[in-house]
Design a protein around this ligand. Structure first.
Ligand SMILES: Cc1ncc(COP(=O)(O)O)c(C=O)c1O
Length: 385
């Protein structure tokens, strides 16, 4: 065993990211400029997306898309309770009400429950591609077509994901990716709104800078101070410094993604004999998994150990694990504000007691994976029913 613990995440910046950031600092111009434009272009090419607007976070990106679609007070947005709170906050931020549909065994939103939850006030659906696994977009799009609803994907985890041979943006009206510090491509804090619709991209851009019709660097280029305010927005553009880091990280992204896939293959090779005690993440022939997270499910009926105890034992054996995610209905605020009853979301309620996130990042070696799996097997052996 290693002397030091194997952490859940390990963040290493590329040389290019550091050099890009230094270049920007030397210019003194930290508002969106050339790096931001180049970063947007790079992400559009990586995701084969027609339009994209960089933003200060995926949370803000989701809010901006809802604003661009005119969603607000009195409107309902269907989403999953099995997500990070950011998805829900974006809905609340525009004054709309989140309506929750349960998940299925993939940990993604269940299209059948989405269908049951559509009501007269439903104005949009937000899917979440948990861990990087694309949702069932064919089934969800059928519902959107029937009820004429826009579809937004919280693809915070899903920069590398595709469904039926095309990246997520091709299956939704807008898709929001996160570049937050632990994601597959990081810039510090930031995100991008991807879309097939120029109108959404244009609206998000203006809304992300207070409704102003031009940015500071555009005014500088034109040598004119003048701008108009076309609407009321928020302040949520990406900074040049973050874009510089992101652009640098983009140079190593594909190599790093290949490493992630190799790590996943090694986990599967090591753990597939233990299907009685552990359910491995769903892989679908329909889609390419983005592998942001590697989430296993403990089969508690075959084990004499609960999830939290399992994580503590892994920690004692030198492996840090995590939980993604504690469902929305487990939080004090959301339970009270939306009178959420876990019994209404049986799949989420039972899945969350079983989930364990294992380390997955490019600097994790295959030897580390073997160590992690051997510790899992030790705990399984001790606690087998
Ligand atoms: C599912 C999901 N949605 C949204 C976000 C928000 O991303 P950001 O930190 O870029 O706002 C996260 C961040 O972890 C997330 O996991």
């Amino acid at each position: 065993m290693k002397n030091s613990k194997i952490p859940l995440f390990d963040i290493q910046l590329s040389k290019q990211a550091i050099s890009n950031a230094t270049k920007v600092l030397e210019t003194g111009w930290l508002s969106p400029g050339k790096m931001t434009k180049d970063f947007e272009k790079k992400i559009l090419s990586l995701t084969d997306s027609p339009y994209g607007v960089s933003v200060s976070s995926a949370t803000d990106g989701l809010q901006l898309v809802l604003m661009a679609l005119g969603i607000g007070y009195g409107d309902e947005v269907i989403t999953t309770p099995f997500t990070f709170v950011a998805t829900i906050e974006a809905i609340i931020a525009v004054g709309a009400t989140p309506v929750f549909a349960d998940i299925d065994s993939s940990l993604n939103i269940d299209p059948e429950d989405v269908y049951r939850k559509v009501r007269i006030n439903t104005k949009a659906i937000i899917t979440v591609d948990i861990a990087g696994l694309p949702c069932n977009y064919d089934a969800i799009n059928k519902i959107c077509t029937e009820y004429k609803l826009p579809l937004i994907s919280d693809s915070a985890h899903a920069i590398g994901s595709s469904y039926k041979g095309k990246s997520i943006v091709h299956h939704v009206d807008a898709s929001v990716i996160s570049f937050h510090a632990t994601k597959n491509l990081i810039c510090g804090e930031g995100g991008i709104v991807l879309t097939q619709h120029k109108m959404i991209a244009d609206a998000v851009k203006i809304l992300s800078r207070h409704g102003m019709t031009s940015s500071a660097s555009e005014r500088k280029e034109k040598n004119s101070w003048e701008y108009d305010v076309a609407t009321t927005g928020i302040k949520a553009n990406m900074s040049e410094l973050h874009a510089a880091v992101g652009l640098g990280q983009a140079t190593v992204y594909e190599k790093e993604q290949t490493k992630r896939v190799k790590i996943v293959e090694r986990y599967i090779e090591n753990l597939s004999d233990h299907s009685e005690q552990i359910t491995l993440p769903k892989i679908s022939d329909d889609s390419t998994h983005g592998w942001h997270l590697f989430i296993i499910k403990l089969n508690l009926k075959s084990l004499n150990i609960e999830r939290d105890e399992f994580i503590k034992e892994m920690d004692a054996l030198g492996v840090e694990c995590g939980v993604h995610y504690k469902p929305i209905f487990e939080f004090t605020y959301y339970q009270a504000a939306f009178e959420m009853n876990p019994e209404e979301y049986p799949q989420t309620a039972q899945a969350w007691k079983r989930i364990v996130t294992l380390p997955l990042y490019p600097s994790l070696t295959l030897k580390d994976v073997d160590i992690i799996c051997s510790q899992i097997k030790t705990i399984i052996k001790k606690n087998k029913k």
